[in-house]
Design a protein around this ligand. Structure first.
Ligand code: CTP
Length: 406
């Protein structure tokens, strides 16, 4: 399965670095070509000679080495791999990766690569649990970085907790799993999907705005899930704290009108999923001038309706309309009944209806409880993580398009 695959293995500093030698052996046994980059820290724990002997390849250590750069520049090194594996991944290297630092060969290759990256973190339990490390890891995973471990148990530092390097065979299995998944069929290959996500901001004046509540978690996860199934995916997103999902074209907008223009500019598409929380109204004022406080009291804010993006896509002529259009409905009661009505009103094929009543934890949370409502059926999905909702929805979209007559 990994025979002939080219793996760039980056060995960072950490007592577990010695186990990377076994990883090299196991990958080589399975026919992979393994090239290694050894960081300064890594070289404190394993020697370049062991790494070279086991990988049967030259070991790369120095960003500014004339011979290394002449034989294989850091850009080529990072591009000529099918997969980059960081094992062990130290807290320091994860931090550099999350923040785009590039002050040595390993971090530079990681910044320059256009290939998927898998990290195998290992460190002291407190370092792993530190909010900085956790935030870095979240950022990296949201960008599509794959993670194996760490496991829990006795740590080399004498403490007990999470921070152990994953077992060698689990790392090898993850590498094999990655290549198996990559070779798996991509049911949405050749399809184009437009996904809207996040809130829109409607300016009141240059410094103030009105907005809807939306973290962008669900929309971003849907874009990632569609891209994973092979769809070329355009994510039109309002302002969020979410990192760009891997393999997705992101168009950033602020207002509903900009979102409308970006969606229509991205057409034609086979799929449209409108998960954004679009403000229904914008302020009908000259928003270029700041409103000053006055003795007359607060200013009136005349509102005008924003274009309905979902409905505008649903109303396109048959030859221009995305074949499958999915809208969202956030309701606090009568969820299915309202969703049904919305289906017809907005001309979409499915509505993902979610209950956002206080206490459901939907807003900003990681979970969602949804119903998938179509003209002739209602499915009640159990409460699950937003990325699971996204994966299931993407599978359903793929199945529907595969079943639909061409
Ligand atoms: N939507 C959109 N453009 C708008 C408003 C909403 O694309 N200007 C989309 C959202 O992305 C979502 C769905 O429409 O997919 C949500 O509709 P909602 O705003 O709940 O519809 P309304 O009919 O305004 O809802 P309500 O019945 O609560 O008034």
């Amino acid at each position: 399965m990994i025979d002939g695959k080219r793996i760039l293995l980056i060995i960072a500093g950490g007592i577990a670095a010695y186990r990377s030698l076994d990883v090299i052996r196991r990958l080589r046994e399975r026919g992979a070509d393994v090239r290694c980059v050894l960081t300064k820290g890594g070289a404190q724990f394993v020697t370049p000679l062991s790494v070279a002997a086991l990988s049967e390849n030259k070991v790369y250590q120095d960003l500014f080495s004339l011979t290394d750069e002449a034989e294989m520049g850091h850009i080529r090194l990072s591009r000529e791999a099918d997969l980059v594996v960081v094992c062990p991944a130290s807290a320091d290297l994860l931090g550099k990766m999350a923040n785009g630092l590039a002050d040595d060969l390993a971090s530079t290759a990681l910044l320059a690569t256009d290939k998927p990256v898998m990290v195998c973190p290992t460190m002291n339990v407190m370092m792993w649990q530190h909010p900085a490390t956790q935030a870095n890891m979240l950022t990296l995973e949201a960008r599509g970085v794959l993670r194996v471990g760490p496991g829990a148990g006795n740590l080399a530092c004498g403490e007990v907790g999470t921070g152990r390097l994953a077992e060698v065979m689990d790392i090898v299995a993850a590498v094999e799993g990655y290549f198996a998944e990559e070779a798996s069929p991509k049911p949405l290959a050749g399809r184009h999907a437009i996904v809207t996500s996040g809130p829109t901001w409607e300016a009141i004046d240059p410094v103030r705005y009105i907005a809807n509540r939306s973290s962008g978690k669900q929309g971003h996860a849907i874009a990632a899930a569609l891209a994973k199934l092979g769809a070329r995916t355009t994510l039109v997103s309002g302002t969020t704290n979410m990192p760009d999902p891997a393999g997705v074209d992101v168009v950033r907008i602020e207002s509903a009108r900009q979102m409308y223009d970006a969606c229509h500019a991205a057409l034609p598409a086979d799929i449209a999923v409108c998960a954004a929380a679009v403000a229904d109204w914008r302020v009908d004022l000259d928003t270029d001038k700041k409103i000053k406080k006055s003795a007359d009291g607060p200013p009136p804010l005349p509102l005008v309706e924003n274009p309905d993006i979902l409905a505008s896509l649903g109303q396109l002529a048959a030859n221009a309309r995305p074949r499958l259009i999915v809208g969202f409905a956030a309701e606090t009661g009568n969820v299915v009944e309202y969703a049904r009505a919305k289906l017809g009103r907005k001309g979409c094929n499915w509505i993902v209806a979610n209950d956002v009543s206080p206490g459901t934890g939907t807003f900003g949370g990681d979970d969602n409880t949804v119903h998938l409502v179509s003209a002739d059926a209602v499915e009640e999905w159990p409460r699950m993580r937003k990325d699971e909702v996204a994966g299931r929805l993407a599978d359903r979209i793929a199945a529907a398009l595969a079943g639909a007559a061409e």
